[in-house]
Design a protein around this ligand. Structure first.
Ligand code: PAF
Length: 288
């Protein structure tokens, strides 16, 4: 496995792989790999002939008060994990390469980027979509692998891909969880020991609603209430939102008659956690 921080060099290597008849899989990341990331790399390596992984802590998706400076940076161990998971090339550019002086162009997905996490993190999805559009232009992959833990992000990126006629196929992969249900996230390492024991309550709350859904409940307000009452009982959990929205377009759902997601975001101390489950009436049982 090779790694490079140089855009021209990365394009050259991708062109070579494509000329060899290989289809290109791409996994964009901010590093600090856990099993969620490596499962995406493994999926790409299984499905595609050649896999590129990007590692870039993207400054434009962090607000000034957020954790850009303290975000974990673990390039050496990430490279080893990428290689072990089947990556062929890691692209790890600097901020100057991605945003040279004079940079002025941003991509924004309207509406979808302003609800849920977009409400409390204004500008966040504009930064995400801009960097992903750049990365797609640099790598020009056939398939893009995204984790469902960040379902809103994946839905917004899929919208941008469709709206701007990128030819890449977006593949949303299941959330990888710790044994106690906590969705894996690079930010879990910020949790204190006490908060780490409380953090699985998020998924427990979603699962309670999920089981009601499995038993036939389709009223969104009742499903939200069931999860919210569990979270309210835990004084350390500060809920930012808990909402059911349609998978397509992220409009609020009143009753679940098409594929929808129950989304939650909450703070434990300074650590912000997000999670979701899929409620799809065609499947009949919730998907974690
Ligand atoms: O999910 C992430 O790690 C980031 O938001 C992404 C998609 C790599 C863009 O910086």
């Amino acid at each position: 496995m090779d790694h490079s921080s140089n855009i021209t060099e990365v394009r050259r290597q991708v062109d070579e792989a494509r000329a060899d008849g290989l289809n290109i899989g791409f996994v964009p990341t901010m590093g600090a790999f856990h099993r969620g990331h490596t499962s995406l790399i493994e999926a790409s390596a299984r499905i595609c002939g050649w896999t590129v992984v990007s590692i870039f802590v993207n400054p434009t998706q962090f607000a000034p008060n957020e954790d850009l400076d303290s975000y974990p940076r673990t390039l050496k161990s990430d490279l080893a994990k990428a290689q072990a998971s089947g990556a062929d090339l890691v692209f790890a550019p600097s901020a100057e390469q991605m945003y040279p002086s004079g940079f002025k162009t941003y991509v924004e997905v309207e509406e979808l980027g302003h609800v849920l996490c977009g409400k409390s993190r204004p500008g966040h999805f504009r930064g995400v979509v801009t960097v992903v559009a750049k990365l797609l232009n640099i790598i020009r992959p056939d398939a893009l692998f995204l984790g469902r833990k960040d379902a809103q992000q994946a839905i917004i990126i899929a919208r941008m891909v469709e709206d701007l006629d990128f030819t890449v196929e977006v593949k949303m992969r299941p959330t990888v969880r710790e044994a106690d249900g906590l969705a894996m996230s690079s930010r879990n390492q910020y949790l204190s020991v006490a908060h780490r024991t409380i953090a699985p309550r998020l998924f427990e709350a979603l699962s309670v609603s999920g089981r009601l859904f499995d038993h036939g409940e389709r009223n969104a307000a009742k499903l939200v209430d069931a999860a919210a009452s569990i979270l309210r009982a835990e004084s350390e959990i500060d809920v930012e939102y808990i909402e059911i929205r349609k998978a397509r377009g992220l409009e609020p759902a009143e009753s679940i008659n098409e594929s929808s997601l129950l989304f939650v975001a909450a703070k434990l101390g300074e650590t912000r956690l997000i999670d979701n489950i899929i409620l799809d009436p065609e499947m009949g049982s919730f998907e974690a």
